[in-house]
Structures are given as structure tokens and as C-alpha cells.
Ligand binder design. Structure first.
Ligand SMILES: [Fe+2]
Length: 344
């Protein structure tokens, strides 16, 4: 496994780069905007292909690198389903799996620091975001934070992991880099409480100043979404009603770019072809399935995904590959459902 812990000294944020092998797919957790060049350089040096960028929660102390990484690598951006952030192209929820080639992360919903906080697990380690820090816990006094929920997330979820599980947090302000679940249970001062009430009192009594970047970072992090309007201006977008009129037509084919879990959970458009976004490049180059389908039969490719982010990037890639008739369903399956489109 390739595992890198990267540090942003301005916000004291840890960012994690993961891959199963050199030359393979990579995933990044909690990237910081100002460090994006460094991440991309490292990704290139290690011969990796970034396919997913994940934030553990909406950050208040730095601007996320998710939007910039998406623009520069066309990777999928991932957050929990509770997040109101528009940059997210794939939403996950508790109990699901987050996959890249050769690696599967568990998804654990751990509200408390914020109501959109998630932790991600590998068999020997857990990425705890700001839920559990080394000898600390994330504050619960803004962004819909809730000390009671955090107590539950820590005591009933994280501390049930094996004692030797490595703990990799999103921040450290003292220079520590890693801990374990057993060590935190025994020595984290915030966890030496006898009841949830005691924890709530402890957290409510902290009286911390707001993070310096909060007024800048929160609004900026809310709006990192891809500009789907720009794709539409070029004539590459269809609305849900227009897409419905394409059903059953022989001159167009709808292409579902989502992963299997997403299709099972939210349903799919009847008759759509499935090519996961990760396999897109392969299939739109000459000789690829979609390239042949579009060029040999003259059928128009209409991509769709969850919210229109991945499909908007797919249209751009298809146009680059010479498939001039390609388009996408603006707003994705979410817009389709809202318009009453049928689901299989
Ligand atoms: Fe945070």
C-alpha cells in the first residue's frame, strides 16, 4: 500500500494520499487548496491516477482542495449525504464502502463536530477527521455541532474498533502524527468522562474563539461546484423532460456513470447503458465501447450520474475524444427523479 500523510502548516491539516500500488488509482482525504500543486506533483512522481477526492466534513479552517483537484484531474469528489456542499459528485452514507482499485474503505457516519462528519476505515487504521483528534476531540460549538452526538460517535462507534487500530486525524496542533484507539481511550483527556452528560458539560465549557479562516472558508467550501451552466451554454446539456423524450429512441443512448452501489440505492433510468465514470476514458477512445457505439451507429451519447458533476466532466472528455454529439443530463438522477422520470 502507498500511504502518505501530508501536512499544511497554515491550518495544521493532515491530508492523506492512498493507493494500492504504484501506477494504480489513488484517493486523497481532506486536501487543502493551497497544497494542490504539491499533491499533484507527488501523484505524478508516484505514477498514480487520482480518481477520488474526499472531505471528512465541511471544513471551517481552510478551503478545500476538492474543486481544484476535480478541475485538474477530473476525479470524483466525495462527501457524506448530509453535506450541503455543492462540490460533491458522489455522496456516501454510513455502512457503505468507498472503493478504488485494490482498496476498500469503510464509511462511518460520526456526527458531532459537524452534522456531516464522517470517518473512513481500512482494516488497520481509521481516518477520524475532526471527530477524534490525538488527545483531543473536534469542537462542537458551531456548524450544527452536537456534543451528545459526538459522544455517541466516539464511544459507540470509534472506540469499538480494535485497540491497535491506528488513528489518523485531520488536524494536529502539537506535532503528533498518529495514535491508536487503545491509546486514546486510555489517555485522551476528553474521553475520561463517566457519562454523556459529563462530556456535554466539558464540551460546552470550552469557550473557544472562532477559527481565523471561518468567515472565508465556510462560504468558499459551500461553493466549489462545477459550473454546469457553462456546459449548458455550449449546448451539451439536456434537461430531465428532454431526456425523458429520448427514452426508447434508437438514435440516442443514455449512459449511467455511477457506481453499482449508487444504482442499487437510487435506481437507474430504464434502458440505460452502464459505464462507470472510472472506466470512461477507456471507453471513449477509438476502439472503446462508447466510441464505437457513437461513431459506428451515429447514436448520441447522453451521460448521467448522481447530480450532473461527473456527467458534465464526461461530456467534456467525450468532446475532447471527438464525440461531438455527446451531452449530459443536467442535475443528474436527482433532477430526473424530481421531474417524475421513470426508474428501473
Ligand atoms: Fe473541522
Amino acid at each position: 500500500m502507498i500511504f502518505r500523510q501530508l501536512f499544511d502548516p497554515v491550518s495544521c491539516t493532515y491530508t492523506y494520499l492512498l493507493a494500492s500500488r504504484r501506477g494504480g488509482e489513488a484517493l486523497i482525504i481532506d486536501p487543502v487548496l493551497e497544497r494542490v500543486d504539491r499533491y499533484l506533483q507527488l501523484i505524478e512522481e508516484l505514477d498514480l491516477r487520482l480518481v477520488k477526492a474526499v472531505d471528512t466534513h465541511l471544513h471551517a479552517d481552510h478551503i478545500t482542495g476538492l474543486g481544484a483537484l476535480r478541475d485538474r484531474t477530473r476525479c470524483i469528489t466525495v462527501m457524506g449525504e448530509q453535506s450541503g456542499v455543492d462540490v460533491v459528485s458522489m455522496r456516501v452514507r454510513d455502512g457503505e464502502r468507498l472503493e478504488i482499485e485494490g482498496m476498500t474503505l469503510g464509511v462511518v457516519y460520526t456526527p458531532g463536530h459537524t452534522d456531516d462528519s464522517y470517518c473512513f476505515t481500512l482494516p488497520d487504521r481509521v481516518f477520524t477527521g475532526d471527530t477524534l483528534l490525538i488527545r483531543g476531540t473536534g469542537r462542537t460549538d458551531f456548524q450544527n455541532g452536537d456534543p451528545r452526538a459526538q459522544y455517541d460517535s466516539i464511544f459507540n462507534r470509534l472506540l469499538r474498533l480494535p485497540d491497535e487500530t491506528l488513528v489518523y486525524p485531520a488536524h494536529d496542533y502539537k506535532g503528533d502524527t498518529v495514535s491508536t484507539i487503545g491509546e486514546e481511550r486510555a489517555h485522551n483527556p476528553r474521553l475520561q468522562v463517566r457519562s454523556v452528560e459529563e462530556y456535554v458539560d466539558l464540551m460546552n465549557g470550552l469557550k473557544l474563539a472562532n477559527p481565523k479562516m471561518m468567515d472565508v472558508a465556510v462560504p468558499a467550501n459551500m461553493r466549489q461546484g462545477l459550473d454546469q451552466e457553462e456546459v449548458a451554454r455550449r449546448g451539451w446539456a439536456v434537461g430531465a423532460e428532454e431526456a425523458m423524450a429520448l427514452l426508447g429512441r434508437r438514435d440516442a443512448v443514455l449512459v449511467d456513470l455511477r457506481e453499482r452501489g449508487e444504482r442499487e440505492r437510487h435506481g437507474a433510468i430504464p434502458g440505460a447503458l452502464h459505464v462507470s465514470y472510472q472506466d470512461l476514458q477507456e471507453s471513449i477512445r477509438p476502439g472503446g465501447v462508447l466510441h464505437e457505439l457513437a461513431s459506428a451507429t451515429g447514436r448520441r451519447l447522453v451521460f448521467y450520474c448522481a447530480f450532473g458533476e461527473r456527467s458534465a466532466m464526461a461530456v467534456q472528455a467525450a468532446q475532447d475524444a471527438g464525440l461531438a454529439a455527446a451531452a449530459h443530463l443536467q442535475g443528474g438522477i436527482a433532477a430526473w427523479k424530481k421531474a417524475g422520470g421513470p426508474l428501473a
